[in-house]
Design a binder for this molecule. Structure first.
Ligand SMILES: Nc1ncnc2c1ncn2[C@@H]1O[C@H](COP(=O)(O)OP(=O)(O)OP(=O)(O)O)[C@@H](O)[C@H]1O
Ligand SMILES: [Mg+2]
Length: 369
């Protein structure tokens, strides 16, 4: 099911009585979610992810704009008629019901022509349970299961009505690191198997990057960028997106463009063209740094070298850096061996270096000279 949002907006009255302006939780979203894909809504807490999801499933009424499922305008359709399955941020199973009882619950409430026979309901429940691999747990109560198992029951409950759209609001937030990884792979597998159009909400960029066909990055109710995870990582549209994606995060420097050179402090790091002289922010990904003791143009004060197995993390400082330190990730065989002067010199992979306008923080494209 293809989903189209058209100028979708949600305003809430401000709870602070002294402020009369509304809170704009979702500001004029227009984008399309392709059929059969898994799309993440990604952004920090309070950016409007749950509000967007709640409008798509019909629990929240938009202040403005339209929602289409395929060709159909569903904006005013009640939730039960939209054919969506939803797993909430707190996945809330019914504690007094068994796993089977929980999964059957949405089917038992079907009325009229949708009503199912007992055998059919059980068959569907078994099918959903099999998909999330909890078949042997069907007679247990939620309190007798791990968080990950409960999470899977919640997903089975959302799947059992065979929804056209599956909405997941931070479905992994209550799990430990290992279970998170396992469950997110599970969700990906189920989504690929069922080909249900799925919207996955998370504030965890790594989770979004690893699971999605497409990501929607948002901040404070405003859409920032839409695209494939790798595309957004490689070509962030602004400083916020560049900083939000990637661990360790991108290193941000105060810099300037001067006579065709990109300069940080007194270091001329890249010879560029297409940008007039101006002050800029320079974002350098940790993997952009190549130790180059002879010719490396970026000269940093070495602080420490942390060996992390496959890679080595080189921590240094530089007068131009915003924040405490410069963090470079280099392959372990490339040892950062300073000349004994406490300095470490880097060349930079140009594709991993981005510059941003100091006012708007929009990315400024440049070419190498
Ligand atoms: N019922 C409401 N009344 C007033 N303001 C609300 C209401 N619901 C949400 N908001 C505000 O709207 C904004 C977006 O909230 P939303 O719950 O969509 O964020 P979120 O991205 O899901 O955050 P989180 O990651 O913390 O779950 C926030 O500023 C929030 O305080
Ligand atoms: Mg939320």
């Amino acid at each position: 099911m293809r989903i189209v949002l058209e100028h979708l907006t949600k305003k809430f009255p401000n709870r602070d009585k002294k402020i009369h302006e509304d809170v704009v939780a979702v500001d004029d979203f227009t984008f399309e979610i392709p059929d059969g894909k898994l799309v993440s809504l990604l952004g920090p807490s309070g950016c409007g992810k749950s509000t967007t999801l709640n409008m798509i499933c019909g629990l929240e009424k938009p202040t403005g704009g339209k929602i289409y499922f395929g060709e159909d305008d569903v904006t005013d359709l009640p939730p039960e008629n939209r054919g969506v399955g939803m797993v909430f941020q707190s996945y809330a199973l019914y504690p007094h019901l068994t796993v089977r009882g929980n999964i059957l619950f949405p089917l038992q409430n079907l009325k009229g022509k949708d009503k199912l026979s007992k055998e059919e309901m059980n068959r569907r429940a078994d099918e959903a349970a099999k998909l999330v691999q909890i078949t042997e747990l069907m007679d247990r109560k939620p309190s007798e299961m791990s968080g990950g198992q409960q999470q899977r029951v919640a997903i089975a409950r959302a799947l059992v009505r065979m929804p056209k759209v599956l909405l997941l609001d931070e479905p992994l937030s209550n799990l430990d690191a290992r279970l998170r990884l396992q469950t997110r792979e599970e969700i990906r597998r189920i989504q690929k198997e069922t080909k249900i159009t799925t919207i996955f909400v998370t504030h965890d960029q790594e989770e979004a990057m690893s699971i999605s066909d497409m990501m929607v990055v948002m901040q404070a109710g405003v859409l920032q960028q839409i695209g494939k995870p790798q595309e957004i990582y490689d070509d962030p549209c602004n400083l916020f997106v560049a900083k939000f994606l990637g661990t360790p995060p991108i290193n941000v420097f105060e810099g300037r463009v001067e006579n065709g050179w990109l300069v940080i402090g007194s270091d001329r790091i890249l010879h560029i063209r297409g940008v007039e002289d101006r002050e800029v922010y320079v974002g350098i990904r940790p993997e952009a740094f190549v130790p180059d003791e002879e010719h490396g143009p970026l000269v940093c004060d070495l602080k420490s070298v942390e060996v992390m197995g496959r890679d080595t993390s080189v921590v240094s400082t530089h007068a131009g850096i915003q924040g405490l330190c410069v963090r470079a990730i280099i392959p372990s065989d490339a040892i950062a061996d300073p000349n004994g002067d406490g300095k470490v010199r880097f060349s930079l992979k140009p594709k991993k270096v981005h510059i941003f306008d100091k006012e708007s923080e929009a990315r400024i494209p440049f070419e190498l000279a």
